[in-house]
Every structure is written in C-alpha cells, then in structure tokens.
Design a protein around this ligand. Structure first.
Ligand code: DQA
Length: 150
C-alpha cells in the first residue's frame, strides 16, 4: 500500500511558527513521525509540502494510479481552495483531512473546509498523532477492502 502525505502552506515552518498553537517540533520531525508510522504498518509513503496551491493540486493529480490513499493538511487552503477539492474529487482516492489544531475552536473562517467535502474522515486537534490516526485509518481501510491486514 502506498500513501501520499500532503502538507500545505507554512507547515514547513513548524517549530518556528506560533509554537503555542502548533508546537515546538519541526516539519522534519513530522515527516519522521509519518515515515515511522507507515513503516510500522508496512505502508510506503510519499511526503510532499508546498506553499503553492497549484503544486498541491499537481501532487493530488499525480497520486492517481500511484497512491492508494491521501493524508492531507491543506493548511490555509483548507478554507479557500475549490481547486484542491476538485482535484480530490477527480482522483477519487480515499482521503483523510488532518489539522494539528482544533480548527472548530478557532476563528470562524477556519470552520469551513472545502477539502473536507471530499474526505472520508477529518481529524483535528491531535497534533502529530492526528497524522498517525489518519495513516491507521487508511491502512485498515485498504486491508479491509483487499481482504487482508494492511
Ligand atoms: C491548520 C489550520 C489552518 O487553519 C491553518 O491555516 C494552518 C494549519 C492546522 O493544522 O491546524 O496553516 O491546517
């Protein structure tokens, strides 16, 4: 099983960025957490981060025929991007939306998620553990639909 793990704008600045909200750990540490979680479940992954909406759309399109699922934190584009929503609908891969923070408890403009409309599940407010939960969900789903463990 192969997953695309996609992160949007400013998540490359984890550690520096509003640590009271996003924590002290870096984007490299997030990648390590995801890689370790995938390896433990016998899953391979492609990790990609971009500050550019079109690059995120390209990565979703590129996942078609290559990945069995997508874990994504579109960051600020969550709340604005119809293009990311449309890309997810186009490739029709099982997707899980993750947010480090509890977006529903933050400013009203963060309560809207376009990408979430094309996701099977949304996990918020769990920090890095949310990504591990998303990997677990997609690995179990893949195992169930292929009549085996992940
Ligand atoms: C975020 C929440 C978004 O509202 C924000 O723009 C981000 C990060 C999160 O992980 O909590 O950049 O997606």
């Amino acid at each position: 099983m192969h997953l695309l793990i996609l992160n949007g704008p400013n998540l490359n600045l984890l550690g520096l960025r509003e640590p009271a909200l996003y924590g002290a750990q870096t984007y490299a540490a997030l990648c390590q957490t995801c890689e370790d979680a995938c390896r433990a479940r016998d899953v391979t992954c492609t990790l990609f981060q971009s500050n550019h909406e079109g690059a995120l759309v390209d990565a979703i399109q590129d996942a078609y025929g290559k990945a069995d699922g997508i874990v994504l934190n579109p960051a600020a584009y969550t709340h604005t991007s119809v293009a990311i929503l449309d890309a997810l609908k186009a490739v029709h891969l099982p997707a899980v939306e993750v947010h480090l923070t509890a977006v529903a408890e933050r400013e009203p403009f963060r309560h809207v998620s376009f990408a979430g409309l094309a996701c099977e599940k949304t996990i918020t407010g769990q920090g890095f553990a949310g990504y591990v939960q998303a990997i677990d969900y997609l690995a179990e789903r893949y195992g169930a639909s292929n009549g085996q463990g992940a």
